[in-house]
Design a protein around this ligand. Structure first.
Ligand SMILES: C[S@@+](CC[C@H](N)C(=O)[O-])C[C@H]1O[C@@H](n2cnc3c(N)ncnc32)[C@H](O)[C@@H]1O
Length: 266
């Protein structure tokens, strides 16, 4: 039985909810893209608060670890795709240092606006640039980056394979990628608690915090319909990445995927 049916989210009302249908992949890529952009524009002002409360602060620990594992050179050129409000971009900015550059790309102007404000407040605005753009057609030159990150973003893209192709294109040969995404926890006891929390608590608390009807129903539903860690590792290989490996976080609730664009660094 699909997880979402165990927790009552397929009651008649919920089954009709757009967030449920989008999360299950029951609509076209174009309609998903429209829904996701509207959703992030709507929840942007409360996104950071909701993230921190709903993950009990874990998302920040995971982001720090992903950036540590990526080992951006200093000075270096880093891309944060689907950057949202800029958590990873700001961490990367500290790694690449004053002589480096970080480009954060997102298609939600409301999320970027907060990212720019945070970069200015942190004194990192000269290093960190936030640019409106679509992950499936990046407004960036071939081979322009030493490293790239995507934090909880690739699952939300209409055509994830197209975004992986773009990431490969804009990384220089030998450039490194870290994708932080949700996975499948291997610990059965933890999985049971996590599933109950995801479907009984997250949609209600998310709605109360952001005022959005079903963004936080879309979240756990899309996670259950996303490839597991081994399947996503295969997707990275199919997109032309090498040295593909991953690190499970909380036994696989979240995963840091690491990969390299083949070829020697220039
Ligand atoms: C869950 S948020 C993650 C934000 C940030 N990386 C973080 O970890 O907090 C996903 C982000 O992906 C962006 N996004 C989704 N699809 C996109 C696309 N096709 N092009 C650019 N950004 C996209 C959304 O606007 C949103 O800001």
């Amino acid at each position: 039985m699909p997880l979402t049916e165990q927790y009552g989210v397929t009651s008649r009302r919920r089954r009709g909810a757009t967030g449920d249908r989008v999360g299950r992949g029951l609509i076209s890529d174009v309609a998903k893209t429209r829904y996701v952009r509207g959703m992030f524009n709507a929840i942007a002002p409360r996104y950071d608060l909701a993230n921190t409360l709903l993950s009990a602060g874990f998302h920040l620990t995971w982001k720090r670890r992903a950036v540590r594992l990526l080992r951006a050179p200093a000075p270096g050129r880093a891309l944060d795709l689907c950057c949202g409000t800029g958590d990873l971009a700001l961490l990367l900015a500290r790694q690449v240092g004053r002589g480096g550059t970080v480009v954060g790309i997102d298609f939600s102007e409301a999320m970027l606006h907060i990212g720019r404000r945070r970069a200015t407040a942190a004194g990192l605005h000269r290093i960190c640039q936030f640019v409106l753009g679509d992950a499936e057609a990046l407004p960036l030159a071939d081979g322009a980056f030493d490293v790239a990150t995507v934090g909880f973003g690739i699952r939300n893209v209409g055509r994830p394979a197209a975004a992986l192709g773009e990431l490969r294109r804009v990384l220089q040969p030998g450039g490194r990628l870290a994708v932080l995404e949700f996975g499948r926890p291997s610990n059965a006891a933890l999985r049971a608690v996590y599933d109950a929390y995801s479907f009984a608590v997250v949609p209600r608390v998310g709605r109360a915090l952001t005022g959005h009807q079903d963004a936080y129903l879309y979240l756990p539903t899309s996670i259950r319909h996303w490839p597991d860690q081994d399947q996503f590792a295969d997707a990275l290989r199919r997109a032309g990445f090498a040295n593909v490996r991953y690190v499970n976080l909380l036994t696989g609730v979240a995963v840091i995927h690491l990969a390299t664009r083949p070829g020697d660094a220039r």
